[in-house]
Design a protein around this ligand. Structure first.
Ligand code: FNR
Length: 359
């Protein structure tokens, strides 16, 4: 860790502030910004801010067990790293550093299609459970090749991003005319990928994807497929009917359609709509251990972290991400003890005061 040590960094908000000081303004805006007027971005955070947990005293839950079993794997914490493009924007080690931190924390890392390091380098760097996030391109061969490489390199699941047939209008990036700095590029895509993420997406993404893509993905690998970007109970049911092995309740961190609900708001109805055998993950606005516990209580099996991981990278490379994940784990254990929640499976809706639950 460079600069002031972790004693000054007591929570993920401290990492966000420190990263904002360190990153070039246009890069900071690319990471921290959202679509439109950023109402959904703000709503993700506000939904967690509204939650009040019910403490339970004298519960005996002094040593809570945070282990979780999902998709045939066992992780030490009910959280993982969400796919975010170009970790090399935050630190030159990029996804290699993130993978090492995930291995140390024993949590999965969902590697973006737009990773800045190769799938193989990331896999060789550490023994973390790796999943590949898939953007489906007009040119299916590009997507198929990526999936095949991931499978060969030992990746354990595919996460199909379903909420981005086109890229959201991100005002900060448009104002900044954001382009990738020299040295940052999609390491796993053909070299003709453009350096302006918006242009590339418009040119390359398949704008007419439908549910048949789940079956197609299942046909090109034997990895489980999760659908990311689900925000309604109806789509959650469709995802399972289409053959998905899990879903990620996500609004892309408020970066796609501004005005869609906060993920925590819609989580209970979505969790109720899918069979218990279908894992439900959530991302968007998770910044504290109490947020993780609230999401578990309202129906998530695990959560994914987006921006805080990039903040950790920007502040301290691998050790920064280790510390971010460590802080969240420690805060979760504290919250489980003080709410009398001995295991992850014990987190239920009674943990959240009903008046503070999103409508
Ligand atoms: C993203 N996200 C994203 N999602 C995805 O499926 N593929 C991707 O390449 C990216 N890239 C990306 C870049 C950056 C800079 C951010 C901030 C986000 C969305 C990401 O997976 C996740 O849904 C959100 O980041 C979760 O919200 P929080 O934790 O950032 O609030």
């Amino acid at each position: 860790m460079t600069g002031p040590g972790p004693a000054d960094l007591l929570g993920l908000a401290d990492y966000a502030a420190r990263a904002a000081d360190r990153l070039r303004p246009a890069v900071r805006d690319f990471i921290d910004g959202g679509a439109g007027e950023e109402r959904t971005l703000a709503a993700n955070l506000a939904a967690f801010d509204r939650v009040r947990l019910q403490p339970r005293v004298l519960s005996g839950a002094g040593r809570p067990d945070t282990t979780v079993h999902l998709l045939g794997g066992t992780w030490s914490l009910p959280l993982g790293v969400a796919p975010t493009a170009y970790h090399t924007l935050a630190h030159p080690d990029g996804e290699v550093a993130t993978a090492r931190a995930c291995a140390a924390a024993d949590v999965p890392f969902v590697v973006s299609t737009f990773a800045g390091r190769t799938l193989e380098d990331i896999a060789a760097a550490a023994d973390a459970p790796l999943w590949l996030q898939v953007y489906c391109f007009r040119d299916r061969t590009t997507t198929r090749r990526l999936v095949e490489r991931a499978q060969r390199a030992g990746y354990e699941a595919l996460v199909l991003t379903a909420d981005a047939p086109r890229l959201g209008r991100r005002h900060r990036d448009l104002r900044n005319g954001f382009r990738l700095p020299a040295g940052v590029a999609p390491a796993n895509l053909p070299a003709d990928a453009y350096d302006a993420p918006g242009e590339h997406a418009l040119a390359a993404f398949d704008p007419a994807l439908d549910w048949s893509v789940v079956e197609w993905l299942r046909s090109v690998s034997n990895l489980p497929v999760l659908v990311k970007g689900v925000l309604t109970a109806a789509d959650a049911r469709r995802a399972t009917e289409a053959g998905a092995h899990g879903i990620v309740v996500s609004n892309h961190g408020g970066r796609q359609l501004d005005g869609v609900p906060a993920t925590l708001e819609v989580l209970p109805e979505i969790a109720a709509a899918v069979p218990g055998t279908c894992p439900v993950l959530l991302d968007g606005g998770v910044r504290r251990g109490t947020d993780v516990l609230a999401a578990l209580a309202l129906g998530a099996d695990a959560v994914l972290l987006g921006r805080p991981v990039l903040h950790g990278l920007a502040v301290g490379a691998e050790s920064g991400v280790r510390h971010v994940l460590g802080l969240l784990g420690e805060e979760l254990r504290e919250a489980m003890t003080l709410t009398g929640t001995p295991t992850v499976a014990d987190a239920g809706p009674d943990l959240v005061r009903p008046t503070t639950t999103p409508p």
